[in-house]
Design a protein around this ligand. Structure first.
Ligand SMILES: [Mg+2]
Length: 253
């Protein structure tokens, strides 16, 4: 019988030479019934702020959300960040716009998705700044198969895109960018250069970040119980992630 790989264990403490990459939803903040209804606990914002100082600015958010939403959630902090799975990068040249030839197809997709959502109560369509689109079924778990079948069929009409599955969501994401690419690009920035990357995330899209951090000589932390994973370490839930961040930020309790 093949030996199963050992389950990931608790992460070690960060060292001064680390660079920290944090996913947001499902890692720092809990899911809500609608993506815009989430909020960040003030004490978590404090931990992130302290940690950023401890790491001399080598702390970045890496999220599927647009940068504008990340800034609103973390205000008054304005952290280095990758939004929309790396299509938007703060501080690098990689700011993303939908290619001209994709906007008409994206518009058609948006219309078709709205029609689908109208027939499936609880399914949400999220426009990602005209660069991508997400279909959420957290409030309609019975619709998962229909939404996924719709997404597969629509993908054929949208060259240059791929489907990114996630937790009760599927997203249309442009080819060529993912959280691993985002990590590698941010590692080229002065605040990050020469440091050892650590990526913390929960979802399938974070596996790209885990693999990139591991490949660059760093390590990775899965938040939650999803398996299999490329992450070397795991924290059981968001509360444990909060506690780990607080401890690494040097905040007692
Ligand atoms: Mg997440």
């Amino acid at each position: 019988m093949a030996e199963a790989s050992p389950p990931p264990t608790s992460p070690p403490s960060l060292e001064p030479g680390n660079a920290l990459f944090l996913d947001v939803d499902g890692t720092l903040i809990d899911f809500a019934d609608r993506p815009e209804r989430v909020h960040l606990l003030p004490q978590v914002r404090d931990s992130v702020s302290h940690l950023s100082e401890r790491l001399h600015g080598a702390l970045a958010l890496v999220s599927g959300r647009p940068l504008a939403q990340l800034d609103a959630l973390f205000a008054p902090l304005r952290l280095p960040a990758a939004g929309l799975h790396g299509h938007q990068l703060r501080g690098t040249a990689g700011t993303g716009q939908a290619p001209a030839d994709a906007s008409a197809s994206l518009h058609r997709l948006h219309q078709a998705a709205k029609h689908l959502a109208a027939t499936l109560p609880g399914v949400l369509v999220e426009d990602k700044e005209g660069i991508g689109l997400a279909l959420h079924w957290r409030n309609a778990p019975q619709a998962a198969q229909q939404v996924l079948a719709f997404a597969e069929a629509q993908l054929a009409e949208l060259p240059g895109y791929r489907l990114q599955p996630g937790d009760h969501v599927v997203e249309f994401v442009q080819l060529g960018r993912d959280k691993g690419v985002a990590l590698e690009l941010l590692m080229g920035e002065p605040a990050f250069h020469g440091r050892v990357p650590v990526f913390v995330g929960d979802d399938l899209t974070d596996e790209f970040g885990f693999a990139a951090a591991n490949r660059l000589g760093g390590w990775s932390v899965l938040v939650g119980t999803r398996r299999p994973t490329a992450a070397r370490y795991a924290l059981p839930d968001i509360a444990a992630a909060h506690a780990w961040l607080r401890q690494n930020a040097g905040i007692p309790g």
